[in-house]
Design a protein. Sequence first.
Length: 205
Amino acid sequence: MSGRWLALCFLLACTTTEEPPAPAKTESPPPRKPNPSAWKEIETPVPVGKKLACTPLVAVDKIGERVGRKLELIDESNKDPDATAVCRLKLAKGQPGKGPAQKGMPPAGEELATVSVYCWSTFTLPDVKKKCSDGGEEVSTEIGMLTCVKKVPAGDNTRNIVTVLEPDTRCKLVVNPGPANYDLAVTKATALALVDTIDKDSLQK
């Protein structure tokens, strides 16, 4: 009997299986807290997509005084979907106190310049300066925080496109002279008048 019991015990010992130990539980890392700054909307001078009317944004009378001509203002903001405003300045046909024709100045009734105002981005001085320099434009601090002059050949003449970074609003202003405007001084005077009249209050109107 002892032999059979030993054989039976041996058989039971060999066929009995123990369950493997349960894997040790690993603690999951705590959830990351949201970073408030990552969700903060970038602040721009004018809310993205908001168009500004040329009147009263562009002080046409002040610009007229600066260039010595009576001007008319035409709103053409729908021509550039990326611009906050696009304003065309024309020389009025009835010019008071007509003097000798100014060299490079377009005749009455013609376009003096088109002003494009960009306020939907956070323009920085290094970025604008680099873009102007890479494009071969003349860079200075003559007007505003930064002034860039792009020279465009036009037959025997040269048209001068002036880009200015406005210091109060940080908007970028581009003054594109009319087809018959070759006077750099007049285009700079237009840009200077814009810088002198555009401020944060004018962007709220």
